[in-house]
Design a protein around this ligand. Structure first.
Ligand code: SF4
Ligand code: SF4
Length: 181
């Protein structure tokens, strides 16, 4: 029994030495982040942004669906209304110290306003800096969904277009077959 243990111990030591020696010549997997950039998938769910439509208007209509669906209750939206009846978020906050980057808010959003992007650089030294306000979240462009314009198919703009008898044109902008599997 003891001799068997001695042989097993020697084998184990030799195997470890050989593996270490072989790894000296293997390709290094360690990344020297942040000097060396990480290659994240374009579908990676990281930092959350609020986007604008093609006309530069804020896409968010303060419907609160993202806040309602969020499993960690980390989104707070306060609604306000413009003179033309269009709703917008007067205040929009996300607590990134509670967010689990599940993407449900993006799934629920009817206007494609809220989007998760492949940005992982969110760490900070204090939790209070992880509460992002609207000015930190809102970007100047449309994000991932370049062509989507909620107000061309719904909302206050459609009333104006219906008055101008261009409803047929509006309906043609939606390809319902694209929603099929
Ligand atoms: S990604 Fe998930 S946890 Fe984070 S804000 Fe959206 S719904 Fe909430
Ligand atoms: S981000 Fe989308 S789901 Fe959330 S309040 Fe704005 S429009 Fe509604």
């Amino acid at each position: 029994m003891k001799i068997k243990n001695i042989f097993f111990g020697l084998y184990s030591q030799l195997r470890s030495i050989i593996l270490i020696f072989l790894n000296l010549f293997a390709k290094r997997e360690t990344r020297l982040y942040p000097e060396s950039a990480l290659n994240l998938s374009s579908r990676y769910r990281g930092r959350i942004i609020l986007t604008r439509d093609l006309k530069g208007n804020e896409r968010c209509v303060a419907c609160n669906l993202c806040s309602a669906v969020c499993p960690t209750d980390c989104i707070e939206v306060k609604k306000s209304e413009k003179k033309n009846g269009r709703w917008y978020a007067k205040s929009f906050k996300i607590n990134f110290s509670r967010c689990i980057f599940c993407g449900l808010c993006e799934e629920a959003c009817p206007t494609a306003a809220i989007q998760l992007i492949p940005d992982i650089e969110l760490s900070d030294f204090s939790k209070k800096y992880l509460i992002y306000k609207k000015k930190d979240l809102l970007i100047s462009g449309p994000g991932k969904y370049h062509d989507y314009d909620f107000y061309s198919v719904s909302g206050v703009n459609i009333n104006d277009n219906l008055k101008n008898n261009s409803s047929e044109k509006i309906l043609n902008t939606v390809d319902t077959t694209s929603l099929l599997p």
